[in-house]
Design a protein around this ligand. Structure first.
Ligand code: PDD
Length: 284
């Protein structure tokens, strides 16, 4: 089955799909995106992704993109045409193509691209054995709450993690507190078994997985607080883990080479991982 992409109103062979060289996404990273998981042919937490998309578009003042109804049709069509049972849908909306000028163009209209591909869920061994993270300074802009396609700082951070043999890099603000990973949200569990993650301020992306997990934690009645935590607190925490659409929930067993607790996935992390996977399976 050959891959199909949706580009600006039409379905095209993936190999030929292209946008204009003066698309503002290409020239200015002037656009937003979403990554939605597909499990068993179903889109996981689609409504939360669409709500965040609308917020990102509004913050960047990109008007006139496809509404939720037609977008949902395109998502389903892309899953069907690409034969995706388990994988992802990727959506990108830019301000459109126009002669290069920093200020908003008068005539441009948003360009919507949707792709979908099969992928396996993360290797279950990562869930069973846990993963390691390094910490790096957060050099990103001050609106990380917007799911902007301007990801070069995240790219550099992830590459540093890769080169250090780690799964992820946790970014750290100017006062030593963890903001988030380069493509994941960061969590710890304190000695009192309280689950902690940074509040959804403008220093982090409010992850859909984060929101779903907070709901799970609240319903189960575990101790929970949204507050920043320092690198030192994370290193000496009882447990640590990260979340995202593509990683689900993965226990963090080492930070900058220092084992977290005894260096194995913590019990609460494992319970929450199982609960999150059940939540995704329920929707699929
Ligand atoms: N990344 N923080 C950042 C900076 C992210 O890029 C992501 C998602 C998250 C987690 O958000 P969610 O739970 O909604 O996936 C947090 C996606 C998966 C990506 O860029 O591929």
């Amino acid at each position: 089955m050959s891959r199909i992409a949706y580009v600006d109103g039409s379905y095209r062979p993936h190999r030929e799909a292209a946008v204009h060289i003066e698309d503002r996404g290409y020239q200015f990273a002037d656009g937003v995106y979403e990554v939605v998981a597909v499990r068993n042919g179903q889109l996981i937490d689609e409504a939360l992704h669409l709500a965040r998309l609308r917020r990102s578009l509004a913050e960047l003042r990109i008007d006139g993109a496809l509404a939720d109804g037609p977008l949902k049709v395109v998502f389903r069509e892309m899953i069907r045409r690409n034969g995706v049972v388990n994988g992802i849908v990727y959506l990108q909306i830019t301000r459109g193509a126009a002669p290069r000028d920093h200020a908003f163009p008068k005539a441009a209209r948003p360009v919507v691209v949707v792709t979908s591909r099969r992928s396996r869920p993360p290797d279950p061994r990562l869930g069973e054995n846990g993963i390691s993270v390094i910490t790096i300074p957060d050099i990103r802009w001050q609106r990380c709450d917007i799911k902007s396609i301007a990801l070069v700082a995240n790219v550099l951070g992830k590459q540093r993690a890769r080169e250090a043999g780690a799964y992820e890099a946790w970014q750290v603000d100017e006062v030593g507190r963890v903001t988030e990973g380069t493509s994941t949200n960061a969590w710890i569990v304190t000695g009192d078994n309280e689950v902690i993650t940074r509040a959804a301020d403008s220093a982090i992306l409010n992850g859909v997985t984060r929101l779903a997990l907070i709901e799970i934690i609240r319903r189960a009645g575990y101790g929970f607080a949204e507050r920043p935590f320092t690198v030192a607190e994370a290193k000496y925490s009882r447990e640590a883990f990260l979340t995202s659409t593509t990683a689900d929930l993965l226990p963090v067993v080492s930070i900058d080479g220092k084992p977290v607790a005894d260096g194995t996935p913590g019990p609460l992390s494992q319970i929450l991982r199982a609960a999150y996977l059940a939540h995704a399976a329920e929707r699929a």
